[in-house]
Design a protein around this ligand. Sequence first.
Ligand SMILES: C[S@@+](CC[C@H](N)C(=O)[O-])C[C@H]1O[C@@H](n2cnc3c(N)ncnc32)[C@H](O)[C@@H]1O
Length: 312
Amino acid sequence: MTDRPDDHAEHIAVLRDEVIEGLQPRPGSLLIDGTLGAGGHSAAWLDATAPDGRVLAFDLDPVAIGIARERLAGYGDRVEIVHGSYERMGEVAPERGFGAVDGVLLDLGFSSMQIDDPERGFAFRFDAPLDMRFDPTQPLTAASLVNGLSESELADLIYEYGEERYSRRVARAIVQARPIRQTGELAQIIERAVPRSRERIHPATRTFQALRIAVNDELGALERTLPQAVSLLKPGGRLAVISFHSLEDRIVKQFIAAHSREVYDRRAPFAAPKPMALRGIGRVMPSAEEVADNPRARRTGRRVLRCTAPAL
Ligand SMILES: C[S@@+](CC[C@H](N)C(=O)[O-])C[C@H]1O[C@@H](n2cnc3c(N)ncnc32)[C@H](O)[C@@H]1O
């Protein structure tokens, strides 16, 4: 990491005000922040719930945790931080007094601190080892996938998680050039493999996204965590999810759809329907001002789900 912690003190969380408005915190309210990052959303929650609101936060990245710890030090024991996946919230939160909370937040994907770190391998604009792990203690890296998967496994991964229509060509070029160790080398191989287009994004963008999603099992973690998050909400509690691309947004949308209908039992047509567990409260996109300040916010969107009954 080349940046110092103070470089992030002013790091502004994406859709910060919209998230707080959607979660509707009150003094004393409890939040589980599944994706602490630099702690911007947690700080906003702690301010809004003073003097006694609390946060239980998770992050896989020890560097982010170090930065957030410094930023949140002034809130004392109102904040508790766990190094680990938000997938563990169902098990960890009740042990820490967060078994019934007012809000859960998932701000998905990577942070600007991670992509701007030349050594983590998230970005092809820096030549770095093919790493891409949020948690550096996990064994699987992007290099393991690039050099270890078969051509058809690679093609499927790049197609599914990168929505890359030239996935077969990219996979073939990768297999022919292996072993590949550095991000710069991989970006060049992809650039040569796909036809030139008028798109503004670099041809390697989609493949890098696919590898990052696979290394960190991002979509699987989200699918496994949504039911846990809702089961930790008090009735009336809210879950906010900030997604960064359509694959994540689709999972959240489908989850809301599956749990926001009254469920009738076909075998007992006259029985009362099971109450719906969730109400989706629309999607909010960043303002033009926020996108002008932070172009990375461009693709984000926030959905809020309100828990209507403890039914999951
Ligand atoms: C977009 S950033 C969050 C920014 C944060 N909301 C803020 O205000 O600074 C996403 C963070 O989630 C973390 N992360 C990604 N997947 C995770 C998971 N399964 N469990 C815990 N943290 C995760 C990443 O390491 C990263 O720090």
